[in-house]
Design a protein around this ligand. Sequence first.
Ligand code: PBG
Length: 333
Amino acid sequence: MTILTAEFPQSRLRRNRQDAWCRDLIAETTLSVKDLILPLFIREEDAERDIPQMPGIYRHSLTELLTICEKAQQLGIGAVALFPFNNPGLKCEEGLEALNPDNIIGRAVRLLKERMPELGVMADVALDTYTTHGHDGVIRDGKVDNDDSVKALTEMALILARNGVDVVAPSDMMDGRVGVIRKALDKEGFQHVRILAYSAKYISSFYFPYRNAVGSISCLGKADKETYQLDPANPKEAMREAAQDVLEGADMIMVKPALPYLDIIYRYSEAFHLPIVAFQVTGEYSSLKAAEQNGWIDFNRAMIETLIGMKRAGASAILCYAAIEVAEVLKKQ
Ligand code: PBG
C-alpha cells in the first residue's frame, strides 16, 4: 500500500497535534465504558475473599455481587462475566456440580437477572472449576475426551440458559461444541441466548492468577491444557478455530489472552464480520498491578493504553478485571 502524503515542509504531521481539541478530533480509536465487560469471581459466603495474586480483585459472595454490579452499572458498564470459586468438597472427576442448577453460578445468574434485569450476564461454559483434575472437560482413558465433554458442556449451557443467562461462553476449546450447544439451545426455545465462542484460546502463563482465583491450580498440578488450547506459535490454526465457530453459529468470537495476541485480534477483525471480544486475562491485570505497586508504572495510563491497543487491533469489546477503575478514569476525562 502506498501512503499518499505531501513531503516536508508542506506536510507537517505535528500541525494536527498542537492542541487538545484537535488531538481529540483526529483520534482514530476510542475507548468507551460501553466497550467493557467486567469479569467477576463468585464464592459461597464462607469461602476466602482475597486473591493474593490479584491485588484489588476479590471473590464476591452473592450479597457483594449485587453491590459491585450496581456500582458497575452506575458507571455505565453494561455486562458482567461470571466465574465460580467452588469449595474443594464440591468437586469430582466428572464435574457434576456444573450441572447443578442451584450451584453458585446458577444462583448468581438468577439473582442478577431478577434484581438487575438490564445488566448483561455472561457465564463460562467449561468444567475446570468443577473437576478434581482441573481440566475443562471429562477424562476417559486418561485423556480429555472431546465428545463426552461436549455432552456435559451442552447440558451446562442449557442449565445456564434456564437460569436466565444472556450469553454462554464456551471456554473449553472442545471441537464442535458451538454447533451442538446452538442446536440444544434452539430446541429448548433459547434462540435469544447468545454464544460467545472462545475461538482463539491460547495456552498461557497469564492464566496463573485465574487458576488461583478459581482454585483449579492445585487440581491441575503440573498438567496444562496443550491437548485442547492453542499453541502460541499458531495464527493459522486460530483462523481455522474461528471459521469453525462462525459456521457453527457463534454470535461473537473471543481472543484470549489479549495483549500478546493483538495480531490475532487484527486478523480476526479483517477476516470475520462479527464482533471480536478480547479477554485481558488475569496475568495481564496482575502484571500491571505489580508494576504499579513497585512504583514502576502508572497503572491507569498503562491499562488504558493496552485497552486502546486492543480496540485499535479490532476488538469490539473487552473483558477487563479493572473495568471499574477504568470507568472511573474515563468518567473524569
Ligand atoms: C478455563 C478458563 C481460563 C480462564 C477462564 N476460563 C483459563 C484456563 O484455566 O485455562 C482464564 C481467565 C483469566 O486468566 O483471566 N475454562
